[in-house]
Design a protein. Structure first.
Length: 239
């Protein structure tokens, strides 16, 4: 295996917490501020199935093998709220979509994140990147909020494509000036991060914090961990 010259991290549920309970809290705030007469959980239960259609459709090619035009999360969430609020007969979709983006920019880090990033930054000849399916208006404020530092940052918005498509990974490789084979990609999704990273030629580490089962229909990660500190042993900097 070529020596690892870059470690690239996913953001949400890898470096920062982004569980359903955090989304429900945001939706509680939306419901309260807009007087919708629903709980955050009730709004989430209506919203999430519609939003999942966007996640599937963004990777679905047409008869010519072409993907649909790129759509940011803000635009997709605006359309999702418009549909849900249309069904219930009230609600400000623009306000709700904007609140969702803003709250994504104030998520808290996992307890080991700062330590692990500092360790990797301290390794000679190893660069550290951030590659996330997210809008810049969520991702960049989050990086600033926690004082995080990366040698390159790629969002789905800047790449105009979503993981697991190869494009965002290739853009990261180009920005870092390294070979994909010498990159380790670290993320929480077996689809977006493990499959995407492997399709791009990278080694992959699956951060499985919630004890999910490995999907046999998807590629297996090179490393399977539950805590970012376990990644340090890959480059032998665990001490």
């Amino acid at each position: 295996m070529p020596p690892i010259t870059a470690v690239v991290f996913d953001m949400y549920e890898t470096l920062v917490v982004n569980t359903t309970s955090h989304w429900v809290k945001t939706f509680d705030d939306i419901c309260r501020q807009q007087g919708l007469g629903l709980s955050g959980q009730e709004l989430w239960d209506r919203w999430k199935p519609v939003e999942m259609v966007f996640r599937r459709e963004r990777l679905r090619t047409d008869g010519n093998g072409d993907l649909p035009p790129f759509k940011s999360y803000y635009q997709a969430w605006l359309e999702t709220f418009e549909q849900v609020f249309g069904d219930i007969g009230k609600g400000d979709a623009s306000h709700a979509a904007q609140m969702s983006i803003v709250d994504q920019g104030i998520r808290e880090m996992y307890s080991e994140t700062a330590e692990v990033l500092a360790r990797f930054h301290g390794i000679n000849n190893v660069q550290v990147g951030l590659l996330s399916n997210s809008d810049n208006d969520a991702l960049l404020p989050l990086v600033k909020r926690h004082g995080l530092r990366f040698d390159a940052i790629v969002s789905s918005e800047s790449a105009r494509a979503y993981k697991p498509l190869v494009g965002p990974f290739q853009l990261m490789v180009d920005l870092l000036g390294v070979n994909a084979q010498s990159c380790l990609y670290v993320g929480d999704s077996q689809l977006d991060d493990v499959k995407g990273g492997k399709d791009a030629g990278m080694k992959t580490a699956w951060v499985n914090r919630h004890h999910a089962r490995l999907d046999p229909a998807l590629p297996s990660p090179d490393y399977h961990v539950q805590d970012l500190r376990e990644i340090l042993s890959v480059l032998d900097v665990s001490k």
